[in-house]
Design a protein around this ligand. Structure first.
Ligand SMILES: [Zn+2]
Length: 191
């Protein structure tokens, strides 16, 4: 019985350590001053496109962070509590395997280059010769990018977590993020 508790403890630790880059790193206040506060729509500009690429980096950084529970798990198995070590290994090993297999099969992460490029092309359209209106202000709402001035739908793209400090507080927000893994809460509705 005690072994099960230890195993669960190791699993939870392994899980949380690998989520540190995504849960903690982007959420410092100084890193978010150029963005409107969560959960308001975000203005589509170069800062936002940069942020999408940073979120993608943090997603992949989880693989590096998985080394921590793998190493400590191994130490724990050989010198300390075997169940804790196995718990750490199972969770972090699973993360490494699932990320690598999805990478090999060409599956994209929640934040990816294509998403950044689609946002960039919205930006270009608004700055270019053929904007939706005279004062084109693309805003990323929950399910789409829409012009604030004329209301035109510019891109059907549900908004994932962008690393802004959460309006529901750090703990409740983190739990929600752990459940959703940062994916958009609603799916896009086709027009
Ligand atoms: Zn417009």
């Amino acid at each position: 019985m005690y072994g099960i508790v230890e195993f669960a403890l190791g699993a939870i630790m392994g899980y949380l350590i690998t989520r540190v880059p995504f849960l903690i790193f982007p959420r410092f206040k100084s890193w978010n001053q150029q963005f409107s506060p969560h959960p308001e729509p975000v203005y589509v500009d170069s800062h936002l496109i940069q942020r999408v690429l940073h979120m993608r980096l943090f997603y992949w950084l989880a693989l590096v962070f998985a080394l921590i529970p793998l190493i400590f798990g191994w130490l724990s198995i050989s010198h300390g509590s075997a169940p804790i070590g196995f718990g750490m290994w199972v969770v972090s090993g699973w993360l490494v395997l699932s990320r690598l297999t999805s990478f090999i099969s060409g599956e994209e992460s929640t934040w990816n280059k294509q998403m950044a490029m689609r946002l960039q092309s919205v930006r270009n359209e608004c700055d270019g010769d053929n904007p939706c209106c005279d004062l084109a202000l693309p805003l990323w709402e929950v399910t789409q990018v829409r012009c604030r001035t004329c209301g035109k739908n510019l891109l059907n793209e549900p908004r994932p977590d962008l690393g802004r400090p959460r309006s529901d507080g750090f703990f409740a927000g983190s739990i929600r993020l752990l459940i959703s893994d940062g994916k958009p809460i609603v799916s896009s509705e086709e027009e």
